[in-house]
Design a protein around this ligand. Sequence first.
Ligand SMILES: [Zn+2]
Ligand SMILES: [Zn+2]
Length: 259
Amino acid sequence: MDYAQNRRRLIRLIRIYPLIALGVLTLAYLLGAFSEQEDPLISQNVIITALYLFVGVVPLVFIIGFITVGRASDKAGLKNNKTHSKLNYNHAFDLPSEVMHGYKLAIITGRAPTLTGLTGDTYLSDASAKCTINKEHVPPVADCECGFYAYSEFAEAKFEGSINPGAFLLDVDLYGVGFKYARGYRAETQVVNELITPRRCQFCRILPAKVFVTTYKLGYDDTSWWQWQIRCVICSSSFKQEDKLGVKEMSARLKLLIS
Ligand SMILES: [Zn+2]
Ligand SMILES: [Zn+2]
């Protein structure tokens, strides 16, 4: 069973829940639940009870769904760990080799555009991972979190992208020592093959995306930063020339292909 896929399905359903609720309310209205009609088609009590049930039962079904999917995936993860712990991590070269191609999300930050992971670490398009927890580590280390991460499935990365609206999808190859985890890989070095831009403007989300622009984001304390977005011609028109970059220029600055 694909737990990640089931989780994605559940979240998608939750997103359309307001629409379903609106539909149900409209139906209730049409059936006369809110009017003082004399002889309604269906008794008002029945409709109101059905509405209460809908409001109470549907969220309960979602909660049960999440618990079930979560439990099943925890169980599978535990089983996975047990079989994995049989691998001798001290001898990395004994690990089964596999082409580690995957996808991940990154934002582009800085006055000079820089790839930045969602956890805040910046990296070049061709880089070796560094451990921020222990300087002695050459990532990835089995019982640490260090290394470059990538999802093995495009659908998974794309879905995560939909909940991180400022992020871009990257197509990456991982090399060197690598570990497999439930959703993908964690490895020593990473080469970004391609940055996949959204088709629509990241601001109005309607018109086609054409130009990269940078805006200054104010954060708490001293954590303000520049963040690049790709926008349509209209939403980028008010930007100064120095705050704009064409796709070709951005591709040259980041040293990677942009499609
Ligand atoms: Zn480490
Ligand atoms: Zn726009």
